[in-house]
Design a protein around this ligand. Structure first.
Ligand code: CDT
Length: 310
């Protein structure tokens, strides 16, 4: 039986601070329909796809801050996405800011299958930035203030004919993200991102922002023999410029589809979930070639380990 699934990455242009959930969901619905019209059975939306990227600001008004979080999923505003998913028979990944009933805050993504049912939830583990605002910066990056690290690990789900995993933005820079899912046989990793230029105040790194995006996604795909779908929120959002170049990466590490704008844009690829098999059976046959006993010498010790002075 063929396990080819046409998959879409639905890149999103800027979301204004004043944009309502209804307006944002309308944009997502339009892209879901476009993806479906091109044969897609799965569409990957971005990180925090329902609001502007609010961690760029220090927000002290609690009610204003709360307005960026979802307290239920689906909500009245997001229900049309679930209904359309079911009607069209297309699954989706959706990132959003989550506020739990017991007042915990996470940067979250859900996976919804082709019947419009939530089958998985992931909470971002690697939170970049700071908890306190930095002086003299036009924009902050306060994810450590507004979110707790995810507490669900990196699970995978057997759904939509494959073994599916999720990650969010900064997670893509960490090999552990993919490897933990790779060890569970993941066949497709979905990931949304908001990556502002200049966030580190380091010019040389800034010019490499887009290169590092692809480097991370392609290395994660190849080294774990998995498809990786990376979906940007991009363009000039409230004066903050964010990188695009959303991609669909094959288990070979090759980019098979790439966005060319910094606006709402749907790209698609026919993803053969069996394609990773040749790598999983050869160069990345984990059972045959990995040496966990060597890795634990280091990893069982917590924290950063500096080499000793010669
Ligand atoms: N959203 C997110 O995780 N963005 C980070 C950039 C900011 S690091 C201060 C990223 O890794 O793309």
């Amino acid at each position: 039986m063929t396990r080819k699934i046409i998959t879409a990455s639905a890149q999103m242009g800027p979301i204004a601070r004043a944009e309502t959930r209804t307006q944002t969901v309308a944009r997502l619905l339009e892209m879901m329909r476009e993806a479906h019209s091109r044969g897609a059975r799965l569409v990957v939306f971005t990180e925090m796809a329902l609001t502007t990227f609010f961690p760029r600001w220090m927000i002290e008004d609690e009610a204003e801050l709360d307005s960026f979080y979802e307290t239920e999923m689906p909500s009245a505003a997001t229900l049309p996405l679930f209904e359309e998913s079911k009607r069209l028979g297309i699954g989706f990944y959706l990132g959003y800011a989550e506020l739990t009933p017991d007042q915990h805050r996470y940067n979250t993504a859900i996976l919804v299958d082709q019947t419009g049912s939530i089958v998985g939830k992931y909470r971002k583990v690697h939170l970049p930035g700071w908890a306190e605002p930095l002086p003299n910066r036009p924009f902050q990056h306060l994810e450590k203030r507004y979110y707790e690290p995810g507490n669900l690990g990196f699970p995978v789900w057997r759904t939509m004919g494959g073994i599916m995993g999720m990650a969010i933005c900064n997670d893509r820079r960490w090999p552990e993200t993919y490897r933990v899912m790779g060890l569970q046989g993941v066949e497709m990793v979905m990931l949304g991102y908001n990556t502002p230029f200049g966030h580190l105040n380091q010019q040389p790194m800034d010019s490499l922002t887009l290169f590092h995006n692809h480097l991370s996604l392609q290395a994660g795909a190849y080294q774990n023999a998995t498809w990786v779908v990376g979906t940007a929120k991009c363009g000039n959002e409230e004066g903050s410029q964010m990188g695009g170049q959303s991609v669909i990466v094959a288990p070979s590490g090759e980019i098979v589809a790439q966005a060319v704008t910094v606006e709402d844009e749907v790209i698609t690829a026919k993803c053969d979930l069996d394609m990773g098999r040749i790598y999983k059976d050869t160069v990345f046959n984990f059972a045959l070639h990995r040496r966990p006993e060597a890795y634990t010498l280091i990893t069982e010790r917590a924290g950063v380990i500096l080499p000793e002075e010669p």
